[in-house]
Design a protein around this ligand. Structure first.
Ligand code: SAM
Length: 290
């Protein structure tokens, strides 16, 4: 039997190699060996990867494989593989193809009947999930949300009643807006966790209900820096058989600030079409817990 990862044909092998997401000690011994052994490394950004490889004393030649060229340049890597030489695919950090280039290349190589071998290692979403304390038996990865508010809210609406744990990547300059929209769509009490700068000096894992997490990030601009993953607990059906949506809650909360509870519940029911007595009960609970 051929050992996993060993090529048993005249063609080479494409190795998909994970690299550290911050802490260089997370580079695996197997990744180092493969990166040193292959004929060519296909890298998302060769200038970035050359520093990583230099750090580990690896001199394998690099070629660019990024989102703008991977469809067209696939042929170049295929030629090498067909000639019996192996290639390693790496991205700037973490696991290639996970919100990173590589999908088109892997498809092309597999379609050509050439072996593709994963060399697993760091991945921000898995690292965050492994330490979040949120249900990890079932989860969905949503990648990056749209940058603009309308698109972001609409994507969040699509997963509002998703029961599995939700995982998102987000850019630091959008983290606050992202949490504000999550609070609006998922409701203030949904458990969430911000995993920032994983494996690095300022690593922070902060688990709080969404409204508190948003306030925490709003109050401290340091929390709006660095790389981050946001995890949100999946939806659980309310105990009452009448679910009250986050949008209805938002209307009710706004009205509660302006008028007595009974009037607010009645007006919110008129505006949203939700049942008045249900909103009244919800408003009562809201007042008790505030
Ligand atoms: N391929 C990578 C992986 O396996 O996680 C992800 C690449 S994607 C372009 C970059 C995003 O991943 C960042 O914007 C952030 O959301 C997340 N990320 C990467 N490194 C991280 C880290 N050290 N801590 C927290 N999030 C990280």
């Amino acid at each position: 039997m051929t050992a996993p990862g060993a090529s048993n044909s005249a063609t080479g092998t494409l190795y998909v190699v994970a690299t550290p997401i911050g802490n260089l000690d997370d580079m695996s011994a197997r990744a180092l060996k493969i990166l040193g052994d292959v004929a060519l490394i296909a890298a998302e950004d060769t200038r970035h990867s050359v520093r990583l490889l230099q750090h580990f004393g690896i001199n394998t030649p690099l070629a660019a494989c990024h989102e703008h060229n991977e469809r067209d340049e696939g042929g170049r890597f295929l030629d090498k593989l067909r000639a019996g030489e192996s290639v390693a695919l790496i991205s700037d950090a973490g696991t290639p193809l996970i919100s990173d280039p590589g999908y088109h290349l892997v498809r092309q190589v597999r379609a050509a009947g050439i072996q593709v071998v994963p060399v697993p290692g760091p991945c921000a979403l898995i690292a965050a999930l492994s330490a979040a304390g949120l249900p990890s038996d079932r989860f969905i990865f949503e990648g990056f949300l749209p940058a603009k508010t309308v698109g972001r809210r609409s994507r969040l609406e699509q997963v509002r009643e998703e029961p599995r744990t939700l995982i998102f990547y987000e850019a630091p300059h959008r983290i606050l807006e992202c949490l504000q929209d999550m609070e609006l769509v998922f409701g203030p009490d949904r458990p969430a966790l911000l995993a920032r700068e994983l494996t690095k000096t300022f690593e922070t894992l902060k688990g709080l209900p969404l409204s508190e997490l948003r306030a925490f990030v709003e109050a401290d601009s340091n929390q709006q820096r660095g790389e981050c993953v946001v995890l949100v607990a999946g939806w659980t059906a309310p105990e009452s058989d009448e679910a009250v949506s986050a949008e209805v809650m938002r209307v009710l909360d706004l009205l509660l600030k302006e008028m007595p509870l009974k009037r607010a519940a009645a007006l919110a029911a008129e505006i949203t079409g939700a049942r008045k007595n249900v909103l009244y009960q919800v408003a009562l609970e809201r007042q008790k817990s505030s």
